[in-house]
Design a protein around this ligand. Structure first.
Ligand code: ADP
Ligand code: NA
Length: 289
């Protein structure tokens, strides 16, 4: 395989269940409607890489079921190479059950399903400029993705979302480690309580043994920290925020694409900010096809 970005990660079927209010223990309620769409951070980020114009291959797993087949078809239609998307017999495709109440509050249950069975077993002649992983797959698989990057001379980018249980689950040498403010605080623990966001970015770089760190700050843009210091990269102004779901994934995918195509980390962060801004302008996690 020869690609620009190799994404190792999760793919889910998102089942959005509209409810008047969230169901309580012991209760049965009626849904106002159900919407099914493609999700999973790995697949979302692979879609963002393709949207940014880079070649992308996805290493992941689905179950031998209807949602697995339809997700494979969707990713193929988005221009993603799915030759390394395994179908695992006897397990279900990852599913996110998302209750959305009338006041817009989400309550989410994720069944990892086949995402627990992702394997990084690529041919020795695999080529990629960037390997990109997230934390919706087992830590051992993230570690294997980092190892693969080292073995093939690729840059390893890691989006620590959702926040791993501890820094031990963050491979050393990430370039960059991508986190939002909450993930940065969770990974830093008590040390995060003091200091400015820029100090937190530097502290996280040190603590995680990362070559570089990008901390996303929603509408405030992001911070880029590497050996030359910390810089703020502004957000792109959005006239109308439709749905912030997927902004982080769009950002991470676009960042990896720009890096793979030769941009500097700061220029890649600016391109990623534009992709993040675009993502808040559409409904759901993936770009409209
Ligand atoms: P996450 O979705 O992981 O919490 P953020 O909310 O920090 O991540 O968003 C990721 C990036 O998307 C931000 O750094 C920014 O560039 C862009 N972004 C997010 N929300 C907005 C917004 N309201 N306006 C403009 N850009 C945004
Ligand atoms: Na969105």
């Amino acid at each position: 395989m020869d690609t620009d970005v190799l994404v190792v990660g999760s793919v889910n079927e998102d089942r959005m269940i509209a409810v008047r209010r969230h169901v309580r223990p012991g209760e049965t309620i009626l849904a106002e409607g159900v919407q099914v769409s493609g999700g999973g951070k790995g697949a979302n980020q692979a879609a963002a890489v393709a949207r940014a114009g880079a070649r992308v291959a996805f290493v992941g797993a689905v179950g031998d079921d209807e949602s697995g087949r339809s997700l494979r078809a969707e990713l193929t239609a988005l221009g993603i190479d799915v030759a390394e998307l395994r179908t695992v017999p006897g397990v279900t495709t990852g599913t996110a059950f998302i209750q959305v109440s009338e006041d817009g509050e989400n309550a989410i249950i994720v069944d990892a399903g086949a995402n627990s069975h992702v394997r990084v077993e690529l041919a020795a002649d695999t080529r990629a400029a960037v390997v990109l992983a997230q934390a919706e797959i087992p830590p051992a698989v993230v570690a294997a993705a980092a190892e693969l990057a080292g073995a093939i001379g690729a840059r390893f980018a890691f989006n620590a979302a959702p926040a791993p249980a501890s820094l031990d689950e963050v491979p050393r040498g990430a370039d960059p480690l991508i986190v939002n403010e909450h993930e940065a605080a969770e990974l830093l623990g008590a040390a995060a309580a003091t200091g400015t966001p820029a100090e937190a970015a530097l502290a996280l770089r040190e603590a995680a043994g990362a070559r570089s760190v990008v901390v996303t700050l929603g509408a405030e843009g992001c911070l880029v920290a590497d050996e030359s210091g910390v810089d703020a990269v502004p957000a792109v102004r959005v006239e109308r925020v439709v749905d912030t779901t997927g902004a982080g994934d769009a950002f991470a995918g676009a960042l990896a694409a720009a890096l793979a195509l030769g941009a500097s980390l700061r220029d890649a962060a600016a391109a990623a900010a534009a992709a993040g801004a675009a993502a808040v302008g559409w409904e759901g996690a993936r770009p409209p096809v």
